[in-house]
Design a protein around this ligand. Structure first.
Ligand SMILES: NC(=O)c1ccc[n+]([C@@H]2O[C@H](COP(=O)([O-])OP(=O)(O)OC[C@H]3O[C@@H](n4cnc5c(N)ncnc54)[C@H](O)[C@@H]3O)[C@@H](O)[C@H]2O)c1
Length: 257
């Protein structure tokens, strides 16, 4: 039996990077997984790979723009039907836009807030109907260490990820007050080796960019997707049944400084 056998997880932004790693890890530990992404072809490819490894009917893919309420309602309904329920929601889809407080455009500010924050609001709002029917449930929101520690050049990313941090706690308290066995927690990674780092790699070159980031991490390296997938696995499983409204910092020691 896997650590999440019988769980049914809906994961956003699962076409690549962390979301794809979460889907692979949860499926390897016995869960059914629904991969939702605005990149529908990418989500389908990862789902097909998971089904090849763990058997047809393990993974499903759905097109979803996490900023669109009607798409959320439809995708959750489809995933519920495909998996026979939803007991885990991983709000992972997220983006970043460069620019400091003077140079960042209002358009980019709104885009980042919408993809990073509206997504968590809409996901939790509409998934609770299904999580309520499939208790114990778990909502896992992917914030960032940048939601707890600011930088001079990422106002929209900082503010959006800080919003995810506190929103996760509000959702946790709502569920507890309702008497639901549905938990809500946030995860705060530092730099992880995914395509989100590509703009930096293009600017400085791969090795120089990664070395520049690694110098900021006490453990001396950037993280691997599985470093975060292991935390998602823990929060998705009943091993974390007494943990709600909390944050897991997976930052190689950055926030200890
Ligand atoms: N990689 C890191 O260094 C790092 C660090 C801290 C936090 N995070 C957070 O982890 C999450 C995943 O990041 P990643 O590194 O895997 O990024 P990534 O860019 O590799 O993948 C993001 C995925 O989200 C999807 N996506 C983007 N906009 C979407 C939308 N509107 N609707 C649905 N899907 C959408 C993309 O298509 C892509 O598949 C993000 O929330 C990110 O902010 C990443």
């Amino acid at each position: 039996m896997g650590r999440v056998a019988g769980k049914k997880a809906f994961i956003t932004g699962a076409a690549q990077g962390l979301g794809a790693a979460f889907a692979r890890r949860l499926a390897a530990e016995g869960a059914k997984v629904s991969l939702a992404d605005v990149n529908a072809g990418g989500a389908e490819a990862v789902a097909a790979e998971i089904n090849q490894a763990h058997g047809e009917g393990t993974a499903f893919a759905f097109p979803l723009d996490v900023t669109q309420e009607a798409q959320w309602i439809f995708a959750l309904e489809e995933a519920d039907a495909a998996m026979g329920g939803i007991s885990v929601l991983v709000n992972n889809a997220g983006i970043s836009r460069g620019g400091d407080i003077e140079s960042l455009s209002l358009e980019d500010w709104k885009l980042v807030m919408s993809v990073n924050v509206d997504s968590v609001f809409l996901g939790a709002k509409h998934a609770l109907k299904y999580l309520r029917q499939n208790q114990p449930g778990s909502i896992i929101n992917i914030s960032s260490i940048a939601g707890l520690i600011a930088a001079h050049n990422s106002p929209s990313y900082n503010a959006s990820k800080a919003a995810v941090w506190l929103l996760s706690k509000g959702i946790a308290l709502h569920c507890a007050k309702q008497g639901l066995d549905v938990r809500s927690n946030s995860i705060h990674p530092t730099f992880i080796d995914t395509p989100i780092l590509d703009p930096l790699r293009q600017r400085f070159g791969k090795e120089a960019a990664e070395a520049k980031l690694a110098r900021q991490v006490p453990l001396g390296r950037i993280g691997e997707p599985d470093d975060i997938a292991n935390a998602v696995l823990y929060l998705a499983s009943d091993e974390s049944r007494f943990m709600t409204g909390a944050e897991l910092k997976l930052d190689g020691g950055i926030s200890a400084m």
